[in-house]
Design a protein around this ligand. Structure first.
Ligand code: UT7
Length: 336
């Protein structure tokens, strides 16, 4: 028996049905399908027409509970990574806890934008490793359409809505589970990607609305430069710390913000492009949901297998970035 570690024992996701395609966006702002695809890799994204982030979370968690064949009352802790909570308070985790009937769980929200899932995963893992809790749900969820300005072509082409969740439990199998992580923040990058209005600095007023301060603002070029370096550096760092070469890695699970950032990260890691999970074409950037959404889709189609080394990697607003190394422990009976 080895050290007690946290491992992922179930994974589920939910994407809303409504599709917003590049061609739809051509009718809304001055853009075109060719520009969006070549600059970002995105063809379409999903939009939640009714309901809130908690509703996305509930659907993702329900699928996870069914997969693991457990009840909501078995859950000890729920961490919701999001920058689009239903409301400032109560926490979306409390709303979710009530909606799924997880009467024995407590929960909280974690705000780290596109790195939210990795921050929450590492946080949840500490509670499992310490032996304090046995079943922790970590969900990455964002209804980005609620904070996007659909008259701003710089941002409205990029984002979509989704949620995906994992269940963390303990394993003592030597060398399996969440093996290592590196997480970073650099608040000096804050002005590159933010939403100015609605917080205590600029409470909602007629003026904040007139100045369109309740929407995502991004200095695309500045964030792009920082992301290319941040995601590649931290992914390489986690590999080096664990003496892993490109051949040892089965999957890179990158945050899906831009296909060019993903390609640069894979190249730096010495990975064959066939080992990179990419679904940005279908969903765009779903912020905290991108990484578990990839995991869930690859799991469902039987490509994620027990014993594989996988590296999760992200970069986002804050700036926040990081990478997590996992040896996947679940046996997959789905046919690839
Ligand atoms: O997930 C959180 C982290 N976020 C990221 O990692 C995003 C990082 N940034 C990016 O992915 C890229 O910077 C973008 C995809 C946002 C933009 O791509 P870019 O290659 O950096 O384009 P740009 O902003 O430099 O714009 C190039 C040109 C500009 O025109 P001029 O000034 O050259 O005449 C823009 O006005 O493309 C224009 N443009 C567009 N054209 C058609 C900007 N947006 C659009 C658009 N359609 N939607």
């Amino acid at each position: 028996m080895g050290k007690r570690r946290a491992t992922i024992t179930a994974v589920g996701h939910y994407v809303p049905e409504k599709i917003l395609s590049n061609h739809d966006l051509e009718k809304m702002v001055d853009t075109n399908d060719e520009w969006i695809r070549t600059r970002t890799g995105i063809s379409e994204r999903r939009i939640l027409e009714q309901g809130a982030t908690s509703d996305l979370c509930v659907r993702a968690i329900e699928s996870l509970l069914a997969q693991r064949k457990i009840e909501a009352t078995d859950i000890d802790l729920i961490i919701v990574a999001t920058i689009t909570p239903d409301m400032f308070f109560p926490a979306t985790a409390c709303v979710v806890q009530d909606k799924i009937g997880a009467r024995n769980a407590w929960g909280f929200d974690l705000s780290a934008a596109c790195s939210g899932f990795l921050y929450a995963l590492v946080t949840g893992a500490q509670f499992v490793e310490s032996g304090v809790y046995s079943k922790v749900i970590v969900v990455g969820a964002d209804k980005m359409s609620s904070i996007i300005d659909y008259t701003d072509r710089n941002t409205c082409i990029l984002f979509g809505d989704a949620a995906a969740a994992v269940l963390l439990e303990a394993t003592e199998e030597e060398g399996f589970g969440i093996l290592d992580h590196r997480l970073y923040s650099d608040g000096s990058g804050g002005s590159g990607l933010h939403m100015k209005g609605g917080g205590s600095l600029n409470p909602a007023s007629h003026e904040t609305i007139d100045r369109r301060m309740h929407y995502v603002y991004q200095d695309g070029k500045a964030v792009y430069k920082a992301a290319i370096k941040g995601m590649a550096d931290v992914s390489a760092e986690v590999m080096e710390r664990n003496n892993l070469k490109g051949n040892d890695i089965a999957w890179l699970v990158p945050h899906q913000a831009n296909l060019r950032i993903i390609d640069a990260t894979a190249e730096r890691m010495g990975l064959d492009p066939s080992k990179v999970m990419i679904n940005i074409d279908k969903y765009g950037n779903t912020t905290a949901a991108t990484i578990p959404l990839c995991l869930s889709e690859w799991w469902q189609c039987g490509k994620l297998k027990r014993g594989q080394n996988i590296v999760l990697s992200s970069f986002g607003a804050g700036y926040t970035w990081g990478a997590v190394l996992i040896k996947w422990s679940l046996v997959n009976s789905a046919k690839p």
